[in-house]
Each structure stands twice: as structure tokens, then as C-alpha cells.
Design a protein around this ligand. Structure first.
Ligand SMILES: [Zn+2]
Length: 314
């Protein structure tokens, strides 16, 4: 079997071939989720990812593949499993090879968590692959975040900056739990509509549907909060509001200079360092390939801490 990081994760054996997260349109491609650096037309993907493709790329072109249903792709038996990263995100099992794609073993309000599967070869993303990239538990972060929001709402509106697909909808689901129906930008609302077509039941208002009430919440794309701030963020400041940014990187870097924020919370849709190691252990593979982020560093940690052969996939 030949595995290479070439136009995506290419797996080949005896004339069989599949390309996972292809970098361009290819034959027998599998797209793991709807983030823009992964979306390619005419590939296999889950139905929600296909709907997100339509919204973000203007065309619904691809093959639907449901979680847990094996499918012959390029001669291989391929099965998708929940990845816990964003709604519709998938890990891909190609016979005895498991590719995590972007994943989170904690899952979220809007996506099932990723669980480890026995495999011979594990290809794992290593965004947070350095020892210092440890993330607090989601439960801990969301408790702190909701307490902060409720406190700030006594003073005025609250803006939450988050990536517009995945994180934003998680935050909306959280706000709904405390009885808040946030105002959201149209880019976020369009993707919420996909979630709700699968009965996720997100409750929100479109920002354009003014009038804003007193002490409202707003979920906005992160660039609205980046200095110089966008028009919506200016309005929130004018109304005496506060703001926060939500990203796993908040546990490592301060964003107070680059963004107009009063607080930041490390809410991540990726596995942190400890979860990455734990996941590898759970899959009990003979060989590990690492991709993305701190791939070289994480491969070294896997060899050192778990004694499993590992290398960055080239
Ligand atoms: Zn992603």
C-alpha cells in the first residue's frame, strides 16, 4: 500500500486508488467536511457537507455517503464515521486505514464526537500537536463562557466572534440553552438553515431584521471583531456592548491587540494535544502518519510517549 500527501491524502494499492480531502477535483475523492480549505466538488461526502458545498461553492455536485455505510470507491471499501469537528464532518476508514480529517473526540452540541477505531494505519491531523497545545475541556470552557455572557448582558449587548461554519452554530446552540436567540450575520444564518433542515433546531435572528432589542447577543464572523472592526461591531460598541473571541488558539495566544475584545475563550473544534495522544492509543495502530499543523513534532511525541512508529506524511 502506498500512502502519500499528494493532491490530498492519496492511498493506492494494486490498481485501487482513493484521494481523501483532495486539493482539487479528482476521481474517487472523499471530502471530510465543509470548511473552505476542504470543499471540492464531485467527491463523496456526507449529505450535510454536500448542502454546505451548495451554499459555499454555489453548486450541489457530489455523491452522498452516509455515516456507517461502506461504499466501494476506487476499488477500496470506504466507510465514514462522525468526526466531532463540525456538523456533517467525517473520519474516513479505507479498509484498515483510518484518516481522522479535522476531528474532536469531545464532539459538540451540533455534532457527534469522534471515537477511536482499531486500525493498522492511522493518519491523524495534528493541528494542536505540540505538548504545549493542551486545551481545557469543552464543558469547562462553556460553563465559563455562559457565566461571562450572563454577567455582560446586565450591562449591554454581547458580541461573540467565531468561525462562521461550525463554531458559530455551536455558540448559537449554547446561547439557546440560556434562552438567548442571537442576531447573526447572513453568512452564518445561511449555514444555520442547513443545520435546521436536519432538525438541529437552532434559534436565531438575522442581523438585517432589525430592530435590535436591548441587551441582545450577536454571533458574528471573527473578522467583524478584527481591528479595524466591522460595521456590526461598531454598532454593538455604540450600544455599550462587550465582545469575545472563541477559538482553541485562545488558550495559547492573546488576541487583545489584533481584535476589539474584552475576553477570549478557548472553545475548540479540534483535538488538543492530550486528546490526540489518547486517540492514537485508542486506535492501537501499527503505524501513525501525521498531517497538518505540528505534524513533525506530534510524530516525535507519538514515538516517544507511545512507542508507536510515526512520521509526518510527505
Ligand atoms: Zn476544519
Amino acid at each position: 500500500m502506498r500512502i502519500a500527501n499528494q493532491n490530498g491524502i492519496t492511498i493506492e494499492e494494486d490498481g485501487k486508488k482513493v484521494i481523501l480531502d483532495p486539493s482539487r477535483q479528482v476521481e474517487n475523492g472523499v471530502v471530510t467536511h465543509g470548511h473552505l480549505d476542504h470543499l471540492v466538488k464531485d467527491a463523496f461526502m456526507t449529505p450535510p457537507t454536500l448542502d454546505v458545498l451548495e451554499i459555499r461553492k454555489g453548486e450541489k455536485r457530489g455523491e452522498e455517503l452516509l455515516y456507517g455505510f461502506p461504499q466501494d470507491i476506487g476499488g477500496f471499501e470506504v466507510t465514514l464515521y462522525p468526526a466531532g469537528h463540525v456538523f456533517g464532518s467525517a473520519m474516513v476508514k479505507v479498509e484498515d486505514v483510518l484518516y481522522t480529517g479535522d476531528f474532536n473526540p469531545q464532539g459538540g452540541r451540533t455534532c457527534k464526537r469522534a471515537v477511536p477505531y482499531d486500525c493498522e494505519i492511522l493518519i491523524i491531523e495534528s493541528t494542536y500537536g505540540k505538548t504545549q497545545y493542551r486545551l481545557p475541556s469543552k464543558e469547562h470552557v462553556t460553563t465559563d463562557l455562559l457565566a461571562w455572557i450572563e454577567q455582560q448582558l446586565d450591562e449591554g449587548p454581547v458580541a461573540l466572534g467565531a468561525y462562521q461554519f461550525g463554531k458559530a452554530q455551536e455558540v448559537i446552540a449554547l446561547l439557546n440553552e440560556i434562552g438567548e436567540e442571537p442576531y447573526v450575520s447572513s453568512s452564518i444564518a445561511d449555514i444555520c438553515a442547513v443545520y435546521n433542515s436536519y432538525d438541529i433546531g437552532l434559534e436565531y435572528n438575522r442581523w438585517e431584521d432589525d430592530p435590535l432589542e436591548d441587551n441582545y447577543t450577536a454571533v458574528l464572523p471573527s473578522n467583524e471583531l478584527r481591528r479595524p472592526v466591522g460595521e456590526k461591531m461598531r454598532r454593538i460598541r455604540k450600544d455599550g456592548g462587550s465582545s469575545t473571541y472563541l477559538s482553541g488558539w485562545c488558550s495559547i495566544y492573546p488576541f487583545y491587540n489584533s481584535m476589539d475584545i474584552d475576553a477570549q475563550f478557548p472553545l475548540s473544534d479540534h483535538a488538543g494535544f492530550d486528546e490526540l495522544l489518547e486517540f492514537v492509543e485508542g486506535c492501537d495502530p501499527e503505524k501513525v502518519y501525521t498531517v497538518h499543523g505540528s505534524a513533525k513534532e506530534f510524530a516525535e511525541e507519538v514515538e516517544e510517549q507511545l512507542g508507536i512508529e510515526a512520521e509526518k506524511l510527505e
